[in-house]
Structures are given as C-alpha cells and as structure tokens.
Design a protein. Structure first.
Length: 294
C-alpha cells in the first residue's frame, strides 16, 4: 500500500499547534493510504509528546520522532541570520537526508496550519520534474515585491516579476533535491546575503529555486489574513496564532482551530497573553547569539 510521508518541525511552545494540525489531517483523510508523520522535536517535553501521540485516534497515522540534533547531516552547518525566527526553521532543508533513503517524496508542513481537505490530494500532485512544489506567498507574490520579496534581486540577476513562494508548505522530490545539492546552495545563499534575508530560509528557496518550482493552488496555503474568495484546502495561521489573546484575524478561523483543538489532549488550553509570545521571540534571538550564528 502506498504511504504518505509528512514532516513538521516543532518546539515545545507550539506543541498544541502541531496536535491540531495532525488531528485535522486525520479527520479529513478519506483515502486508503497510511500516513507516516515525522516530527522533528526541538526540545518538546515528554508530557507534550505524549499528549500529541494520544491525540491521534486513527491507526493509519504513525508518528516518528526525530530529535533536532539528529536531523542535521554531518558536515552541514545551520546558516546565520538576524531574524527572530527559531533556528529550527532550517531543519526542513535536511528532510531528504534524515528520512529513510527509500522515501522518494515528502510533504513539509509548518505547524501553524490546519487541513480542511484530504491531504492525499496534495501529496499525490505530479511534480512534473521539479524538485519542489509550493504555493505563491499571498503577501509578497513576486520576487521584486517590496515586502517579503528579494530586496537584492538585481544584484542576483533575478526577474522581479518571477513568482515568490511561501516555504510553509513544500512538497519535495527527495532524489532531485539531493542530486541538485539544494540544501547546501540555500545555506550558502542565506549566509552570503544575511542582511537581505528577512525571511531566512524562504529567501534562500526563492533565490536558489527561482523559476524551478511547481506552483500549487493557493488554497493549499491559505493565509488567515487573506480574503476568502474560494474555500481553502489548508489554513495557514501566519503571524499571531489562534492560541494568543491578540489573534487579530477572522473569528471564524479561530473557531475552526478550537473545534479541532477540542478533539485533542490539549483541549483545556486557554488563549495566552502577548508577553509569552515576545518571550518566545527573545529566546529565539538569544539562542542564535549563544551559539554564535547570528
């Protein structure tokens, strides 16, 4: 039987988001493929690992735990950047290396997502010879966008009208990725252009893979801040998450989140204040400083 391979990277603070994402995938998965879900743990507590595991009711979903230190291949170093994003965002670059070698395709999902459609439809997309598939970023849209685009596109010889992808959802051809040494190229790109990489690894994806990725229907990466012109397949809770009291987007999307949350072992969660959000960001910065990569 064919299997679906999904990967997410998560720290302890966002464990609740991951539990909701997995539950939404479970509830909306209608086809017969089993799902192997690989979770790269950035210090997720034993308690939260148990709560995530016990939230999965369908035996067609198997969770595989990988510690973050074990996901970085020998000889590869995480690039430095000056953002408040956690270091664990770079781990998605190594998916084709830490997964079993016989897995040809993998779907990476940010943990701040929620599926409303059968994930098998997305996973079975034909990549048409491309190393990855992704959706256009709703905010930036083009490489030359003044917000979130590639600020030094001229120096890099990139077309400003080229489409700009969001790296929160990536369908990967593992063999092509390795053959084209994409991990190394993105790491070098971010390191060499640190002052321009406001959205670090996403900057690297868009520079290294400019014009070489398959565009997915935007409904597979629907930003919660966007107007809903068509029903989304997958909601992306960008910026402030629905777990915060300061969540600023449509209430309907928060209600959807809490509907799935009620089906998990995190169901007693109450929205938390803004100070904890800023503490998390400060920890991300301090971690980079402490490790000398900022």
């Amino acid at each position: 039987m064919d299997k679906i391979t999904i990967v997410s990277v998560c720290d302890d603070h966002y464990s609740i988001l991951l539990a909701v994402l997995i539950k939404s995938i479970e509830i909306n998965h209608k086809t017969s493929e089993a799902i192997d879900y690989y979770i790269v743990s950035d210090n997720i507590s034993a308690k939260n690992k148990r709560r995530i595991r016990e939230s999965v009711a369908n035996n067609m979903i198997k969770l595989h735990w990988i510690e973050m230190a074990d996901a970085v291949p020998a000889g590869m170093k995480l690039p430095g950047d000056r953002s408040t994003y956690p270091m664990n965002i770079y781990v998605r670059l190594f998916i084709p290396y830490f997964l079993p070698a016989d897995i040809e395709k993998a779907l990476y999902l940010d943990v701040d997502m929620l599926a409303l459609e059968d994930i098998s439809i997305l996973f079975n997309t034909d990549l048409d010879g491309k190393p990855i598939a992704a959706a256009v970023d709703y905010v930036a849209k083009k490489i030359g966008s003044p917000y979130g685009g590639i600020k030094n596109y001229k120096e890099l010889g990139l077309d400003p009208e080229g489409k700009y992808l969001n790296s929160g959802l990536i369908l990967i051809d593992n063999n092509r990725w390795r053959d084209q040494e994409i991990s190394e190229k993105i790491i070098n790109c971010v390191s060499d252009n640190k002052s321009f990489a406001d959205f670090p690894d996403q900057y690297g994806y868009n520079v290294v893979l400019a014009g070489r990725w398959l565009e997915l229907d935007e409904r597979w990466n629907f930003f919660v801040s966007a107007p809903e012109e068509r029903p989304p397949f997958l909601i992306h809770y960008i910026h402030r998450k629905p777990i915060y009291k300061s969540y600023p987007y449509k209430e309907r999307y928060r209600e959807i989140f809490y509907k799935y949350l009620a089906l998990t072992h995190f169901k007693d969660h109450k929205p938390i204040g803004e100070p904890l959000r800023y503490i998390k960001k400060l920890r991300n910065v301090f971690q980079k400083v402490w490790q000398g990569i900022s």
